[in-house]
Ligand binder design. Structure first.
Ligand code: CA
Length: 219
């Protein structure tokens, strides 16, 4: 999944980025409020980790402007210890969850998984569709109970589609959510990944919506 990480503490940002990438997420990072505002307004993210104490523009203002502009991605705010009023202000400004510093990386990752699940209308951490099961905690994928091996790109494509069963996902949207860098993006290779995925999954699970993109359907 594609995550925007906003944190001005260089060490913490590097640690969080490494943990998010280890968990298989595409991560873009910003170290100030102005860059964060721009990225959140123009990019497409499955979730945002937003520190509130930021240079140039504070996190609360960034969040309010995103919401005023109609940006509805899940946002988890990072707040200072013992500052309950900051949490209240953050939630009132449109945050979906918060973590108080210091926190454990595992807790951040678990809360992000829950936010992305809920944004997709999924309550269980194990996503299921037509005999395919994807455990968002371990990344394990099974078909009729048998584990299958996927490359990281194949896994990202499947995870993104499994968060949106029945919805048509365009090639450009998939491209944006599986590549880290703009210059890597080539929507033709998406067809290659989808072709390889189809060979590993039950027939008919990934439908092509001609001219529009792909759709996950329970055969
Ligand atoms: Ca800060």
């Amino acid at each position: 999944m594609r995550i925007l990480l906003v944190e001005d503490d260089n060490l913490l940002r590097a640690q969080l980025q490494a943990a998010l990438e280890d968990a298989g997420h595409i991560t873009e990072a910003a170290d100030n409020g102005r860059d964060a505002l721009f990225l959140g307004e123009t990019g497409s993210y499955d979730a945002v980790v937003l520190d509130l104490g930021l240079p140039q523009l504070d996190g609360l203002t960034v969040l309010q402007r995103w919401r005023a502009a109609g940006r509805s991605m899940p946002v988890l705010i990072l707040t200072a210890r013992d500052n309950w009023s900051e949490k209240v202000a953050g939630i009132d400004a449109g945050a979906d969850d918060y973590l108080t510093k210091p926190f454990h990386l595992e807790e951040l990752l678990a809360r992000l998984r829950a936010l992305m699940r809920r944004a997709a209308g999924q309550a269980s951490p194990v996503l299921q569709c037509g005999g395919v099961s994807l455990d968002t905690r371990s990344g394990r994928v099974t078909v009729d109970g048998q584990p299958i091996a996927l490359t990281s790109h194949e896994h990202r494509v499947l995870e993104y589609l499994m968060h949106r069963p029945g919805a048509v996902v365009s090639r450009s949207e998939l491209t944006e959510h599986i590549y880290a860098q703009d210059h890597d993006r080539d929507s033709n290779t998406i067809e290659v990944f989808v072709g390889r995925l189809r060979k590993k999954l039950p027939a008919g699970l990934i439908e092509t919506a001609r001219g529009l993109g792909y759709r996950l359907v329970a055969p």
